[in-house]
Ligand binder design. Structure first.
Ligand SMILES: [Fe+2]
Ligand SMILES: [Fe+2]
Length: 301
């Protein structure tokens, strides 16, 4: 948890260098700068399932100070190991390639949204950012096993629980109590949400993606990631995310580390033609993928 600068040291004789290092440490902990609202309408349509990364992404990023800072930060992180530091988005695009830029930007877009849930209602054990990244990784690996696109798989997994952020923003303290209550019971959190509010975080997330003009397969994957039912041709995507959500928990990165990991939806297993044992065999590759995705966002020690 980030402390207010110097809050515990008021009145104490602390030299200015120490204050400086405290401030620097705190600034290092800022997750990412969110993109400006002005660029979002141009940014989101670039992330469709029928789109391939183009120079247009770099053009959008280029005009946004927050995204530019974020991309350069990742490009210059130890994980990439470039000798010279990139100073412009063109540099970063050349070094990373547009596909990597596409991936990083999708994570940066998601992070302020997803991270808000953790910051606004701190509940010990709840970690939406790592859970989302793990579900994205699991979804990519399952996509590969199902013969579908890994990048789309990653993005829908990353975004699957955004409805939880909306619940935190609107009914935060009630939701906090519900998260804690769900730890002791056999009933999953999403069922408790539906009983109390008439709709669960999957429906809320699906509605958000619809409003933001996300492609239908991404919207349906989020909307149906717990129920895995309906007449949509995109049900395979929902099944993929349901299994990825379970697998993220199985490798130790559930939404709530102090809550139970519920089994995957049987309809999802049927649609993917997989057993729980088949899923567990993918775990080492999911962990490897997760570590690779996380590396650029981990600060140098
Ligand atoms: Fe969920
Ligand atoms: Fe989840």
């Amino acid at each position: 948890m980030i402390e207010p600068i110097g809050s515990e040291r008021a009145g104490q004789n602390v030299d200015s260098n120490e204050h400086m290092s405290t401030l620097a440490e705190q600034l290092e902990q800022i997750p990412f700068f969110p993109p400006a609202v002005q660029v979002i309408p141009r940014l989101l349509p670039l992330f469709g399932n029928d789109k391939s990364p183009t120079d247009e992404l770099a053009e959008v990023v280029r005009v946004d100070s927050g995204l530019t800072a974020d991309i350069l930060r990742v490009c210059n992180s130890a994980a990439f190991g470039f000798q010279m530091r990139a100073q412009t988005i063109q540099d970063a695009a050349l070094r990373l390639g547009m596909k990597e830029m596409y991936k990083i930007t999708s994570k940066v877009i998601a992070e302020p949204i997803l991270g808000a849930g953790v910051h606004q209602v701190p509940v010990d054990g709840v970690d939406l950012w790592h859970h989302s990244l793990a579900t994205g990784s699991a979804s990519a690996i399952i996509a590969e096993a199902m013969g579908t696109d890994m990048e789309i798989g990653f993005t829908i997994g990353l975004l699957h629980d955004i409805g939880k952020v909306r619940l935190v923003q609107t009914v935060g303290s009630d939701y906090r109590e519900m998260i804690i209550a769900a730890r002791g019971g056999a009933e999953p959190l999403h069922s408790m949400e539906a009983q109390k509010w008439g709709l669960d975080h999957a429906v809320i997330g699906g509605q958000l993606l619809k409003r933001w003009n996300f492609p239908e397969n991404m919207r349906d994957a989020v909307l149906l990631h717990h129920s895995v039912m309906g007449t949509t041709p995109n049900l395979d995507f929902a099944a993929q995310v349901n299994l990825a959500d379970y697998l993220a928990g199985a490798i130790g990165l559930p939404y709530d580390r102090l809550g139970p990991v519920h089994p995957p939806n049987p309809r999802a297993l049927h649609l993917a033609n997989m057993s729980v044992e088949d899923l567990h065999k993918l775990a080492p590759r999911v962990i490897e993928h997760f570590n690779r995705e996380q590396a650029p966002f981990v600060e140098r020690g």
